[in-house]
Design a protein around this ligand. Sequence first.
Ligand SMILES: Cc1cc2nc3c(=O)[nH]c(=O)nc-3n(C[C@H](O)[C@H](O)[C@H](O)COP(=O)(O)O)c2cc1C
Length: 228
Amino acid sequence: MNLDQAIQQRRSIRGFTDQPVSRDLLEEIIALANRAPSSMNTQPWHLHVLTGEPLERVRKGNTEKMLGGVPPSREIEDYAAYEGPHRERQIEIAIQLFEAMGIERHDAEKRQDWVMRGFRQFDAPVSVVVCFDRSLLDNTIAHFDTGAMTYGLVLAAWSRGLGAVINGQGIMQSPVVREVANIPEDQVILTCVALGWPDEDFAANSVVSRRRPESNTTRFLGFDNASS
Ligand SMILES: Cc1cc2nc3c(=O)[nH]c(=O)nc-3n(C[C@H](O)[C@H](O)[C@H](O)COP(=O)(O)O)c2cc1C
C-alpha cells in the first residue's frame, strides 16, 4: 500500500477480531510514528502500550466510573460542547455510525451500549495511551506535535492491515489509566488509540466519514487564475 492509498482508505475502526497484535509489529509502527515532525524537534510525546490484563483493568475502571456517574476526568483542558458547523459534523458522523449499526434514534438502550463500547475502547486488543511532557501543558504546539505523531501511528498501522480509532472515550477517566499504566507524573495523558485487526463483519468499520471540500478549507494566493 502506498502513502496515498493509506491516507485515502483509512477509516476509524471500531470493531476488532480477538487476534493479538505482536509486540514486534507495534514496535515497527511506533518507530515510524516516532519520525513525526515537531516544533524545533522537541518530540514531546510518550506512548504507553497496553494489552491483556492491564488493558482489561483500564476498561473495567473506566466503565464502572462512567456508569457510576463519576464526571469525566481528563488531563487536558476539556472543550465546551461543539456548536454550529462543528456540531453539525459531529451529528453527521453519529448518524452514519448509528445507521450502519442499526441503532434507531430513540433506542436508548442500544445507544447506551454503543457509548459503553467506546468506554471499553471498542474491545480492541491494544490501547496506546498517548501522553506528552507536562512541562509543555500550556504550549499548544506540543499538542499539535503529539497529534502529528498520532496520525503517523494510525497510518502506519493501517498500511499493515491493522485498524485503529483515536479515542477520547477510553481515557475519559484518566486517573484510572494513570494508576493502571503507572504513568509518570511529568507526563500528561492526551488521548489513546484503540488498535487491532479489523473485524470485517462489523458494520461501523465500513463507514466512510465525509469531508467538506478543500475549496471550503483552502485559499490559494499568488497563483495564476487564483480566486480569493
Ligand atoms: C482527538 C480525537 C478523539 C476522538 N475520539 C473518539 C471517541 O472518543 N470515540 C469515537 O468513536 N471516535 C473518536 N474519534 C474518531 C473520530 O470520530 C473520527 O476520526 C472522525 O469521525 C472521522 O472519521 P474517520 O476517522 O473514519 O475518517 C476521535 C478522533 C480524534 C482525532
